[in-house]
Ligand binder design. Structure first.
Ligand code: LMR
Length: 395
């Protein structure tokens, strides 16, 4: 059966996790996979999560099935967090999924059934896993311009020009906030412009929202989605609780559909549920039950929002520290963009040789292309080691 199987390359981020683990140097620094770390280098369980988990343990009386769409309290709280209090909920459906990645996949499968001739447009660059997910659902993928690799800012004019050519046969994937891998963000006025273009030309917006709360705030990070939702008739959102609740391994995500009408939202949701049923059947309960409980309880919610704000603060602090130190060290402003980026990542546009030298000579791991996870730096000593290595390799 398997003798003729073609070798399959492992996703570069997953591969890097393995290489890092196997490295015996005790001074190694992991700036690869997108996992938040505190100033001790740990990814602790959030206090609100621990407390909810304890309550769940004490209160839960059964492990019987919850249902195809998962925890409904979770679903409605997540939709509210994404679309806001004023959204027309009669047109919105939400389905709990195994992680944000699972949400992207079931939404993509659903869209491939209702619009099989569409093409999916991804930003250049984008998260590497977007390609196999959409292609695996049968879509052809193309890219639209996003990043200027010299200035590391968004090429707004080219992006808008590219989008102006997209029409009803096109699905356009946007990162709701904290663009992965670049860290370069669009401003609210740009999202307003994108919303107008989507409404005028009829392309279909698909939002990947993996980092709500990691950029500027829970509200500001979904300006993008709310601006577009105001203008268009329908869109979808795949949201993840891996990062903002630190529930990585519990696989907590939500697929959201905004339909033209309540009836069309129901039709799309039924299609999505049938996809879920034929792949994993029902989502895992534990993580979503925790999130649902936190969002439903004023005290737990407050604790969680504060912890999230602290994580965001650490990331922003590291960004400013890195850009200040690079400016002081190099005497120029070429790296100032690091302070303007949002989320855990910045794409430093390094070539393979530079990435390899950082790893081989300095035990510093970054993703191919030079994506750094800034939260991977524990303290000032590690920051200084990174700056030294980086300047030696790049400047
Ligand atoms: C990342 O981009 O590092 C994270 O989203 C983790 C992953 O699964 O790739």
């Amino acid at each position: 059966m398997f003798q003729q199987v073609e070798p399959t390359p492992l996703d570069p981020i997953i591969r890097l996790i393995g290489i890092f683990k196997a490295d015996n140097r005790n001074n190694k620094i992991d700036m690869g996979v997108g996992v938040f770390r505190d100033s001790n280098g740990n990814t602790p369980i959030m206090a609100a999560v621990k407390e909810a988990e304890q309550r769940l343990h004490d209160q839960q009386t059964t492990k019987t099935y919850v249902g195809l769409s998962g925890n409904e309290s979770f679903n409605s709280h997540i939709s509210q967090m994404v679309f806001g209090d004023d959204a027309d909920t009669s047109r919105i459906r939400a389905v709990q999924t195994p992680g944000g990645c699972g949400a992207i996949r079931v939404l993509s499968e659903m869209l491939s059934k209702v619009s099989s001739d569409s093409k999916v447009w991804l930003s250049d660059p984008t998260w590497g896993n977007h390609y196999p997910i959409f292609q695996g659902s049968g879509f052809k993928t193309e890219t639209y311009p996003y990043l200027n690799r010299i200035t590391k800012t968004v090429v707004v004019d080219e992006l808008l020009e590219g989008l102006s050519k997209r029409g009803p046969q096109d699905i356009v994937l946007f990162h709701g906030c904290c663009h992965n891998p670049s860290g370069a963000e669009l401003q609210p006025k740009h999202w307003d412009e994108i919303a107008r273009l989507a409404a005028k030309n009829g392309f279909f917006p698909f939002f990947d929202l993996a980092y709500q709360g990691f950029g500027d705030s829970l509200e500001q990070d979904v300006y993008s989605i709310r601006a577009v939702a105001k203008e268009v008739e329908s869109l979808v959102v795949a949201s993840s609780c891996s990062k903002n609740f630190g529930l990585y391994r519990d696989r907590v995500g939500c697929a959201m559909i905004m339909g033209e009408t309540s009836e069309s939202a129901d039709l799309a949701c039924a299609q999505l549920l049938s996809t879920a049923r034929s792949s994993y059947s029902m989502p895992p309960d534990h993580g979503a039950a925790i999130v649902g409980m936190i969002l439903d309880d004023q005290g737990l919610r407050q604790t969680w929002e504060q912890e999230l704000a602290d994580m965001r603060g650490r990331i922003l602090g590291l960004r400013h520290q890195m850009s200040d130190k690079l400016r002081a060290r190099t005497g120029h402003d070429r790296w100032d963009f690091i302070a303007d980026h949002r989320g855990m990542f910045s794409l430093l546009a390094l070539d393979d040789e530079q990435v390899k030298r950082l790893r081989d000579e300095y035990a510093i791991y970054v993703v191919a292309g030079g994506r750094i996870n800034i939260a991977g730096l524990r303290d000032e000593e590690e920051m200084d080691r990174f700056i030294d290595a980086f300047v030696n390799v790049v400047e």
